[in-house]
Structures are given as C-alpha cells and as structure tokens.
Design a protein around this ligand. Structure first.
Ligand SMILES: Cc1ncc(COP(=O)(O)O)c(C=O)c1O
Length: 396
C-alpha cells in the first residue's frame, strides 16, 4: 500500500503525512482489562442522553429544516448564544464575529489555510497539542518554540504568522498561563506581527481558583475593539457537552471571520444543521449544569491520580498539578524513553501517550501524558502503581 502510494503523484503535503507508530499501538487500547491513561476524551457517562433525545426529537419536528442545507456562518441562535457566552467572559463581540466549525479541530485547519504559507513561522509552546501540529503542518510552516517565564516570552523569532497557545489546562501539560504570561503573549504577537490562536478547549473545566482572563479579552481591552484585535479564539462543545456533535466555533475580528467563512464554504459548506440545532437546544437549557457535573467527576479523578503519584513515584519522576482539564504531564529522568516504555506498558495492560508526540522537533522522549478522564479511582491507583513500578525497573 505504502509503495503504491509513493508511485502515485500525490501532493507534497499528503506524502509528508505519516501514520504514527504510537497511534497504531494505541489502537490496542480497546483490549479488555486495559487501564488507559492515553485517551483524554470525555467520560460518556457525563453526556446528557435524555436531553439529546428530546432535542433531536424537537429538531426533527421542524418541517425538515434541521435536515436541510444551512448557512456557512452557522445556526443563528447558536451564534447568538455563543456571542453571549463570549461577552460573559469579557470578549466584547456579537454574532457577526462567530463562525461555527466542525469542532475546534476544523477551526485549526481553517486557520492554517488562512494564515500559513510554506515556510511561514508558527510559534508554539513545546510541547503543544498534537492535533494543532497536524493541522498546521499540512500548510508546511516552520515551528519556533516559545517559553514563558514570569511574564517574559522567550523566543528567537522576530516575525511570525501564528502564535498558537492553549492557555488553560493545556493539552498535554495541564498547565495554565498566568495573567502576566498572557500579557507577554500579546506583546510577543504585536512584536512579531502574528495572529494569536487561543485554543480554549479546556477553559470551562476549572476545578478551583479564579478564571484567568482570556487572551481575546485582554487583546480587545487594549486594542479598543474586536475588529482591531489580533486573536482568533477557538471554542468547542466537545469537552463540555459532547464531542460526537462536532460543534465548535471561532470568534475573532470580522475581516478574518469573513475570510474563514469563505474557506469553510469551500471545505464543507457548513457544519451539520441538525447538530448545530441540537447543540443550541441542549446548551441553552443545560450548559452550566452539565459542566458542573463534569467538574465534580474530573476533580475527584485528578485527585486520585495525584494521590497515587505521590504514593508510588520513585525519585527523579515529577509531574504537573493541573487545576482543571484532563491531563497530568510527567517528566522522567532524562535517560528514559517513554515510547519504548509504552510497548512494555501495553503488554502489562496499561497505557499513556509518550511525550515526544507533542514536540514539533520530535524531542521530549522522557515525558509522558496521563489522562484521568475515563477511569474510576481504584483503576487510576492500580495503573499509576504499574507505571511507577515500570519507571523504577527502567532506572535499575
Ligand atoms: C487543545 C485541543 N484543541 C482542540 C481539540 C479538538 O477538539 P474538537 O475538534 O473536538 O473541538 C482538542 C481535542 O482533544 C484539544 O485537546
């Protein structure tokens, strides 16, 4: 198959896309008895099935409108609901600043198409969200890492197209950028003339502490209006309501939203009419209550994971302590290779994601990502014990 493809005249961008060995290994995770910290997906027990049954029934009694084509910009009431949501979080906007997308993953792809030419500079944290690297890489950028430290952004690039950040409870690290670091990000974007892509996939999943202002809100406050700002905020219902709906959005300055709308039109015409309609019905009735229920569950699982790490981890192993989201990021002694350890872990029926996948330059092999989202406390304890035993053996 691979050889045949290479004979074909496919594009340079497609020929560079490779299935990752790790993803192939992670396909084994459906095996019975597997304790998987790999997924990072929401717990399906938290999906409000009754609300969806009701919402789909209502949507389907609407003269077929929810089964018809609809506008690229998206469902008008849903856009208004999102504009209200954004305003409540300090982003002065209206529905004309909102484009509904097929999840925030599509938002990243559309933004890549909008902003990145071959060789364009993209600034990211290293590590960062693998899916963003995959979306952007199709447009052949050069990646430049940035480090934030006490309100200073350290990078060696002087101009860039994109500054991509997951400021709250990041995937993969669980780390949240402080207010000072967000201001530094804005300053860096101005200095390098780049557009900030604020990926807010986990922002609602805060277990404790005060919300840190959104970068989009800080940007608008300084710029004077959203149309003068340079942030494209990517939101999603995947981690709050349900990912299978595939409904997310981009909020940003009109000029960029209009271009993104044209790009989306060429790509898929619009996001599923019925899923937008159902998302609106469920979000407008149940959003806060659904998020609150999820927070109780994820917070308790986060605690179980941190407790187990405290109890079993050998010297030299350290980890992040997220105040929200779904991930803990583990750093192993430099000589260990998490990708090799995963092969042994899978034989022993537990799994994680090796850290190298999240670095644009393929480094980071002594890190790994753990998610606590799907497992009850006793299995978290058992799996973390297995992981710590494996680390100890590797160090011996
Ligand atoms: C940081 C981040 N951004 C975006 C996404 C994509 O989410 P969706 O397309 O379901 O909205 C994910 C999914 O895991 C994510 O972790």
């Amino acid at each position: 198959m691979t050889e045949k493809l290479e004979e074909l005249n496919i594009s340079r961008r497609a020929s560079r896309m490779r299935a990752s060995e790790i993803r192939e290994l992670l396909k084994l995770l459906d095996r019975p008895g597997m304790i998987s910290f790999a997924g990072g997906i929401p717990d399906p027990a938290l999906f409000n099935q009754a609300a969806y049954r009701e919402a789909y029934a209502e949507a389907l009694s609407d003269d077929g409108r929810s089964l018809q084509y609809s506008t690229t910009e998206g469902h008008p009431q849903l856009r208004r609901w999102i504009a209200d949501y954004m305003r409540e979080r300090g982003v002065a906007c209206d529905e004309s600043h909102i484009l509904i997308t097929h999840g925030s993953q599509q938002a990243l792809d559309l933004i890549g198409k909008l902003l990145i030419d071959p060789g364009s500079e993209v600034i990211t944290l290293a590590p960062t969200y693998l899916g963003a690297l995959q979306s952007f890489s199709a447009y052949e950028p050069e990646y430049y890492p940035v480090r934030f430290q006490n309100g200073v952004a350290e990078t060696n690039v002087t101009s860039a197209r994109v500054l991509y950040l997951v400021p709250d409870f990041a995937n993969p690290t669980g780390v949240t950028l402080s207010l000072e670091d967000r201001k530094a990000a804005l300053e860096l974007a101005r200095r390098t003339d780049s557009v900030i892509v604020e990926d807010a996939a986990y922002t609602e999943l805060r277990f404790e502490g005060e919300r840190v202002p959104l970068i989009a809100a800080l940007d608008i406050a300084e710029a004077g209006s959203i149309d003068e700002s340079r942030t494209l905020f990517c939101g999603t219902f995947s981690k709050t309501l349900a990912p299978g709906l595939r409904v997310g959005w981009i909020c940003g300055p009109t000029a960029l939203i209009q271009k993104l709308t044209l790009i989306k039109q060429a790509s898929d015409l619009h996001t599923s009419t019925i899923n937008q309609d159902v998302t609106y019905r469920v979000a407008s009735k149940h959003f806060n209550e659904t998020v609150e229920k999820a927070l109780v569950v994820y917070k308790s699982r986060r605690e179980a994971m941190l407790r187990a790490l405290d109890a079993y981890a050998p010297e030299g192993m350290s980890w992040s302590t997220p105040s929200g989201g779904l991930f803990v990021w583990v750093t192993l002694p430099a000589q260990l290779d998490a990708a090799r350890m995963l092969e042994i872990a899978v034989e022993r029926n537990f799994a994680f994601v090796p850290g190298g996948a999240f670095y644009p330059d393929g480094s980071g092999n002594n890190h790994l990502r753990l998610s606590y989202s799907l497992l009850p406390d006793d299995l978290i304890d058992q799996g973390i014990k297995g992981l710590c035993d494996l680390v100890r053996e590797q160090l011996a």
